[in-house]
Design a protein around this ligand. Structure first.
Ligand code: PEP
Ligand code: CO
Length: 451
């Protein structure tokens, strides 16, 4: 049975009895109620068997038999729900997964930060400019970014707008995945226009050519077409931050005897909202989805033990992923203790490395950025430390885009602080651009080949 044991009573709204951080203050409770009720009647965005399939794949990643590639924007905006953005996000994830499969010799499971990544945690509830104080911007599903009273007022009808954009996004992704777009025989479909000018293009091409050769060999040897045997999976994930949204899309599936959050396959709890007695843990403990929790440098083994008991009391493989985001400076010091703590309590977890959020810094002129070398260093150290400890790094979690942005410094083109001004499009955290993202995949493949 996939349900988590709920010895304590649980309902999709029982989190409302708990202290819940990072929620907007809606001025009109009746309007909020109306939006949540309307959302609860709409069809789900994903189905329980997909959710269960992902949990099995996560379990395989935990054993080192598969690898999770989770990536996408820090925050999606409702306006950017466009064909171009979705296609380029899918392309870069497909390209990276191909490179990783080649290097790691394991199936790669693609999980987008997509179709629901609309709510953001913030460091303060309000923002003051020139003596005017307004609610902070919490993501497009809550309010709007411009600094005026109307834009910043949390609007419950945006819950429905977010659901609709998520549905449009997933609909297009599913059509692309089911159609010829993800055909392994034609990786050239995934080329991005500007990619041919990339310093990494030749290397990428060599990998896809050798993959095409292996495919042809397999088909000749077995007399079977690969497309009959291999379907590319693609899953959606987002931070399950705004609990009214998550609650409204939580459905009881009779056949499984369990509650599922059917707004996404893999919801996660962020670093700022993982308090053991708080609303987010309360909500997440009752759903049957695989779930993830971000863990930063203040985490200790005692907390992890309690977390596993709260979210995975039956120790179901694939149910709980821990996404460590420790930063290149602290990963060496902190990660071994976390791995030890999990081993000591015998908990089954899938370890994933987020090399982005522990490596955020500001340039002299106050621009938020991340250095490519620090991102690589944290991933490399994480692979090494897990291996040294007899543990498995089951995946990576990246903020990236298929577009040609300049938000992180470094990489093959050596982007400098000055280059950031050229194409800095993120309204929140800086993302790897397509070239940097592909380079991450190539570096991982090379290290693993060498091992
Ligand atoms: C994020 O993933 O965008 C985020 C806010 O991360 P974290 O919770 O790890 O800080
Ligand atoms: Co972010």
């Amino acid at each position: 049975m996939t349900n988590v044991s709920t010895s304590k009573p649980w309902t999709p709204d029982s989190w409302q009895q708990k202290k819940t951080l990072q929620q907007p203050t809606y001025r009109d409770p009746a309007a909020l109620n109306q939006a949540v009720t309307a959302l609860a009647k709409l069809p789900p965005l994903v189905v329980s068997w997909e959710v269960d399939a992902l949990r099995d794949q996560l379990a395989a990643a935990g054993r080192g038999e598969a690898f999770i590639l989770q990536g996408g924007d820090c925050a999606e905006s409702l306006d950017a729900c466009s064909s171009d953005r979705i296609v380029s996000q899918l392309k870069i994830l497909l390209q990276m997964s191909l490179v990783l499969t080649h290097g790691l010799k394991r199936p790669v499971v693609r999980v987008g930060r997509i179709a629901g990544q609309y709510a953001k945690p913030r460091s303060a509830d309000t923002e003051t400019r020139d003596g005017v104080t307004l609610p902070c911007y919490r993501g497009d599903i809550v309010n709007s970014a411009p600094f005026d009273a109307q834009s910043r007022e949390p609007d419950p009808s945006l819950l429905l707008r977010g659901y609709e954009r998520a549905a449009l996004t997933l609909n297009f992704v599913r059509s692309l995945v089911d159609g010829g777009f993800t055909d392994l025989h034609h990786p050239e479909y995934w080329d991005l226009d500007f990619m041919r000018h990339s310093p990494r293009y030749e290397e990428y091409r060599k990998i896809t050519d050798s993959l095409a050769d292996s495919l042809t060999f397999f088909e000749h040897a077995t007399g079977r077409a690969m497309s009959d045997t291999q379907r590319i999976d693609f899953y959606a994930s987002h931070e399950g931050l705004l609990l009214h949204y998550e609650q409204a899309q939580t459905r009881f599936i009779q056949r499984r005897g369990a509650w599922y959050n059917l707004s996404t396959h893999l919801p996660w709890i962020g670093e700022r909202t993982r308090g053991l007695d708080d609303g987010h843990i309360e909500y997440f403990r009752g759903i049957a989805n695989p779930v993830a929790v971000k863990v930063g440098p203040t985490t200790d083994a005692g907390y992890l033990r309690e977390l596993c008991l709260a979210l995975n009391p039956d120790n179901i493989p694939g149910r709980l992923s821990l996404i460590h985001r420790l930063g290149a400076k602290q990963v060496e010091e902190k990660l071994p203790g976390l791995i030890d703590g999990i081993r000591a309590c015998g908990a089954s977890v899938v370890w994933i490395c987020d090399p982005m959020h522990g490596n955020t810094e500001s340039t002299k002129t106050g621009v938020k950025t991340r250095r490519f070398d620090n991102i690589l260093a944290e991933i490399e150290a994480s692979f090494r430390i897990h291996a040294e400890q007899g543990s498995v790094l089951g995946g990576v979690h990246l903020e990236m885009t298929g577009d040609n942005v300049t938000e992180c410094t470094g990489g093959a083109r050596g982007l400098s602080d000055e280059d950031l001004a050229r194409a800095y499009l993120s309204t929140v955290d800086p993302r790897l651009n397509y070239e940097q993202a592909l380079e991450v995949a190539m570096r991982i493949s090379r290290w693993q080949n060498r091992r």
